[in-house]
Design a protein. Structure first.
Length: 257
């Protein structure tokens, strides 16, 4: 790395990575649909995050685009440094812009993982989240599919996204939950899963830490990120941007956190 990791480090999925991660959802078109308006800038943002600012936790999903961002990550960063953690998510259908539909059928989850491996150019996913628990499919079947893929060596660690404490406890009976990703920010300030993750020593990854950009627009980047980081050493926010200038602001905001 060419820089000190912003806000220090945390261990997630067996890797010591920067506590400030980078969420890639904004590297798409409107409605999180299609490619970015400026592909060259999107590639530069990813490279600068990793190589200039020492951000070593990159968060993505097959639903972003869909599929667009996993291709961008490959083109920007492959071959990946050993210290880089790339987390992706599976289990959502994207029938149209801004539409997100949970789909946890085991065959679909397996197909998603296989496709993510190809797009990212990896033999094994570092960390694969179940993007949503599909209420129409038994949770045990969804988690069991990811565990089977883990047993086959295609997933190293399994995470959960948008879950309750009850979901986490249920999942822990069958799998080892490597990370939990829920909404938390200075507007949406309460998530009971935060304390449970601390108690269970599970990294907590708040997504939408700047409330989809509204806090950034208000000039509250430093306040918003510091508030999250001070909630506990197990907290690792993943703000995102498609702007090199905004990326500079994110890194600067937590340099002294």
């Amino acid at each position: 790395m060419t820089a000190t990791p912003p806000a220090g480090t945390i261990t997630i999925a067996g890797k010591t990575v920067s506590r400030l991660g980078f969420g890639t959802m904004r590297l798409t078109g409107p409605g999180i649909w299609g490619g970015p308006s400026d592909r060259h800038t999107a590639i530069s943002v990813l490279r600068q995050a990793v190589h200039t600012y020492g951000i070593t936790h990159i968060d993505t999903a097959d639903a972003y685009g869909p599929h667009t961002v996993e291709h961008l990550i490959h083109d920007a960063l492959h071959p990946y440094p050993e210290h880089l953690l790339i987390a992706t998510k599976v289990g959502l259908l994207r029938p149209a812009p801004n539409i997100w539909v949970p789909h946890g059928h085991p065959a679909y989850l397996r197909a998603c993982v296989e496709a993510s491996l190809r797009r990212l150019g990896m033999d094994q996913l570092d960390l694969c989240y179940l993007h949503r628990i599909d209420p129409e499919v038994p949770a045990a079947d969804q988690l069991g599919t990811l565990q089977a893929l883990q047993d086959e060596g295609k997933i190293k660690h399994i995470g959960l996204s948008k879950v309750t404490p009850e979901d986490i406890r249920m999942a822990q009976r069958d799998i080892t939950v490597a990370a939990v990703q829920n909404v938390l920010n200075t507007t949406d300030r309460y998530d009971p899963a935060l304390e449970l993750c601390r108690d269970l020593d599970i990294p907590y990854v708040p997504y939408r830490p700047l409330n989809a950009g509204t806090l950034a627009n208000q000039g509250d980047i430093r306040t918003a990120l510091h508030w999250l980081l001070q909630l506990g050493d197990h907290v690792a926010p993943i703000p995102g941007t498609s702007s090199l200038t905004h990326l500079d602001e994110l890194a600067a905001a937590v340099t002294e956190a």
